[in-house]
Design a protein around this ligand. Structure first.
Ligand code: MG
Ligand code: ZN
Length: 223
């Protein structure tokens, strides 16, 4: 038992080193990058699809999708106008920095303004593996319940931006906004949050504004 913890620490520190290399490449290309994480079905791909449609062709957007098996999400992003690369993780339930490297080789960073990584749908281990992206964006959604920040603290602690999606479902689902917000505030006080619906479009403009402020090179306070 006692030998297992150092092994895990070694894997994570090797990953951090590679994440640093990824970051250097992304920075050298002048690209802003986000790592989108969520449980399955929260709306990562819908958010990415809407974002690509809204910001292309003003900004050149690349999308790297981590999926256990399919390329359905990458195809949606490509149809919306992004350069999309699929990483099939072969059963792994998260992306890590080394998996990102061949995708970074392929995607043509020098031709991009924004790189969006869609992580595997999972609220646990994606939080442990840095990829080298600039900001962690967590997508929560009304139907998955108001207890998620209480149950998955690492994911919420490491977030730079929180998207609360599917707010159009609030009239139909029991979701205690105050309980949710208390959980978030305890882990990550002052976290930037956008409440929106990718289905109706409500609230999306504020999210686009946050991204555009970073893409335009404005001096913005760290989220
Ligand atoms: Mg998806
Ligand atoms: Zn995993």
């Amino acid at each position: 038992m006692s030998e297992r913890i150092p092994v895990v620490e070694k894997i994570l520190s090797a990953n951090d080193r590679l994440a640093g290399e990824n970051r250097a490449r992304i920075d050298a290309a002048g690209v802003f990058s986000i790592n989108v994480m969520a449980s399955p079905g929260a709306g990562k791909t819908s958010l990415i699809e809407r974002t690509v449609r809204a910001l292309c062709p003003k900004y050149r957007i690349g999308m790297i999708n981590g999926d256990i098996l399919t390329s359905l999400d990458a195809e949606r992003a490509a149809a919306a106008g992004a350069v999309a690369i699929q990483i099939n993780t072969g059963g792994d339930c998260h992306l890590d920095a080394v998996m990102l490297q061949p995708a970074l080789d392929q995607i043509g960073l020098e031709n991009l303004d924004l790189l969006i990584v869609e992580n595997v749908g999972n609220l646990i281990c994606p939080a442990e593996f840095r990829l080298g992206t600039h900001k962690n964006v967590i997508v929560a959604s009304i139907p998955e319940g108001d207890d998620k920040p209480h149950k998955y603290p690492a994911m919420y602690r490491g977030a730079d931006v929180l998207i609360l999606n599917k707010i159009d479902l609030l009239p139909y689902v029991t979701f205690r906004m105050d309980f949710f917000s208390q959980g978030v505030a305890a882990l990550n006080p002052g976290l930037t949050q956008f409440d929106l619906s990718c289905r109706t479009g409500e609230g999306l403009d504020a999210w686009y504004g946050w991204l555009e402020a970073r893409l335009s090179g404005e001096k913005v306070p760290d989220a």
